[in-house]
Design a protein around this ligand. Structure first.
Ligand code: NAP
Length: 249
């Protein structure tokens, strides 16, 4: 095998069918990484992987419901059997089920915690061990500024996103001796399907809190992820990077 092929890195990006995750998958593919695009629906991750391939990258679609630990474990067993090790994991899949606490149903709490936080536990548990054996790995967890500040009406989402930060810092310590870095990104308000449905008044108020006076683009998050997954970021671990136009200082 040529050195280039031998050194070719592989990545799993969750929530890669649309929005931030799709942009992250595209950026990693441009960096020469073979990317597995995970999303809930086959059509979504299928189209994302197809677009990457059409642009000269190497990508595969992996339709998985990340709220199921069993689906994650089964997919990872198969991936590891094929590839031996996945070098990069980006936990980006996420949902919102917003409501004020007294109106929030237990189902809304559980769905957000399971999809956004518990999924990270399952992915890292399945893919982390081969990374530590290989003594090289990159794990990036896409949290949110809301995990740092809290937000009325998003107790479930903020708890999940804050949990991702605790998970990131703990695992950065656990994996550091094996050169596996674990970092989190906390996006601010990014223009995607997740935010497009918000009321114009809510958007106007949000814009007023952003010193750079614009909503973020998916590429803003993808560029930071690309850096954290690269060799250049080998001395960076356990950190939370806010990419939010200066909202949280
Ligand atoms: P989005 O446009 O709504 O896309 C979400 C992606 O996650 C989709 O590809 C979706 O799959 C996938 N997904 C959702 N539930 C899943 C499940 N159970 N199993 C597998 N995949 C699932 O979201 P986004 O705005 O790009 O957000 C991406 C991440 O950034 C989320 O974790 C979000 O919390 C975080 N974030 C976003 C913002 C923002 O302003 N947009 C701000 C801070 C943090 P399908 O395509 O198959 O439906």
């Amino acid at each position: 095998m040529s050195e280039d092929l031998e050194n070719k890195k592989t990545a799993v990006v969750t929530g890669a069918g649309r929005g931030i995750g799709k942009s992250i998958a595209e950026a990693l593919a441009r960096d020469g990484i073979e990317v597995y695009c995970v999303s809930k629906t086959e059509s979504s991750c299928g189209a994302a992987a197809e677009e990457i391939r059409a642009n000269g990258g190497v990508a595969h679609a992996l339709p998985i419901d990340v709220s199921s630990g069993e689906e994650i474990r089964t997919a990872c067993d198969k991936l590891l059997e094929e590839k031996g090790c996945i070098d990069i994991l980006v936990n980006n899949a996420g949902i919102t089920r917003d409501n004020l606490l007294f109106r929030m149903e237990e189902d809304d709490w559980n769905a957000v915690l399971t999809t956004n936080l518990t999924s990270c536990f399952h992915w890292i548990k399945a893919l982390g061990r081969p990374m530590t054996r290989k003594r090289w790995g990159r794990i990036v967890n896409v949290s949110s500024v809301v995990g740092l500040t809290g937000n009325a009406g998003q107790a479930n989402y903020a708890a999940a996103k804050a949990g991702m930060i605790g998970l990131t810092k703990s695992l950065a310590r656990e994996f550091s001796a094996r050169s596996v870095t674990v970092n989190a990104i906390a996006p601010g308000f990014i223009d995607t399907d997740m935010t497009s449905g918000l009321d114009d008044r809510v958007k106007e108020v949000a814009l007023g809190t952003i010193p750079l006076k614009r909503f973020g683009k998916v590429e803003d998050i993808a560029e930071m992820t690309s850096f954290l997954c690269s060799e250049k970021a080998s001395y960076v671990t356990g950190q939370v990077f806010t990419v939010d136009g200066g909202m949280v200082m």
